[in-house]
Ligand binder design. Structure first.
Ligand SMILES: Nc1nc2c(ncn2[C@@H]2O[C@H](COP(=O)(O)OP(=O)(O)O)[C@@H](O)[C@H]2O)c(=O)[nH]1
Ligand SMILES: Nc1ncnc2c1ncn2[C@@H]1O[C@H](COP(=O)(O)OP(=O)(O)O)[C@@H](O)[C@H]1O
Length: 199
């Protein structure tokens, strides 16, 4: 769902990384954030339960469904989507505005529909990168070895991945995440070119 209210702040530049679940976007994003001082993470809100290593406010704002839906009603989200199983994910407008006002480039890690919506909002001020797994078999084995999914949520994520892979052509660049270091170098080059920032 794209919420129509425009951003109050001037349109800062943003980098959107999107991919099917398990392709490696969060791993790439974390390394980028550790290396680029000028890049700041858009911490999304979600109704899904935290994983063992996740911290509230750092990885996500973990909200119950009622609170999440209140934010929808109040128009607090720039965009939000239901990913699977009723789990909702959204970008809080105020967080992003705050970072842009402070002169940062904002890095988003969002699913494909949200990424397409953010491209619409930011237009030329957005670099969008689709991270592609080498194959669906590798995607499945990465999701399994991550150890975060039940058999049911694994299936739901893989089903959604099929739809998401078909959308890859809509983004500015596609980077295949086979060898991690090569994929990371490719994404870094794109960001350096787009932002003019070195790390
Ligand atoms: N549209 C949208 N998608 C989000 C947002 N935050 C996270 N996502 C995406 O929701 C999907 C599920 O996220 P998560 O449960 O953390 O699984 P993971 O990406 O496999 O680690 C991923 O594709 C995330 O990139 C958001 O604010 N908006
Ligand atoms: N190039 C790669 N080669 C092997 N494993 C990888 C690679 N990139 C990421 N992974 C692993 O795959 C799993 C999924 O990566 P993650 O970053 O959580 O994906 P996403 O955020 O897209 O769901 C993690 O266990 C991660 O360590």
């Amino acid at each position: 769902m794209l919420e129509k209210k425009p951003l109050n702040a001037g349109k800062g530049s943003v980098v959107v990384i999107t991919a099917p679940s398990g392709a490696g976007k969060t791993t790439l994003a974390k390394k980028l954030l550790a290396e680029y001082d000028q890049l700041v993470f858009s911490v999304s809100a979600t109704t899904r339960a935290p994983r063992a290593n996740e911290v509230h406010g750092r990885d996500y704002h973990f909200l119950d469904r009622e609170t999440f839906d209140q934010h929808i009603e109040q128009g607090d989200f720039l965009e939000w989507e239901e990913f699977y199983n009723g789990s909702r994910y959204g970008t809080l407008r105020s967080d992003v505005e705050h970072h842009i006002k402070n002169g940062y480039f904002v890095l988003f890690d969002v699913e494909v529909k949200g990424a397409l919506n953010l491209k619409n909002v930011y237009g030329d001020a957005c670099l969008s990168v689709f991270i592609k797994p080498p194959s669906t078999e590798v995607l499945e084995s990465r999701l399994r070895s991550r150890g975060t999914e039940s058999e049911e949520t694994l299936r739901l994520r893989l089903d959604r991945a099929k739809m998401e892979l078909q959308q890859a052509g809509h983004f500015d660049a596609i980077v295949v995440n086979d060898d991690f270091d090569l994929a990371y170098a490719a994404v870094k080059d794109l960001i350096t070119q787009f932002t003019g920032c070195s790390y």
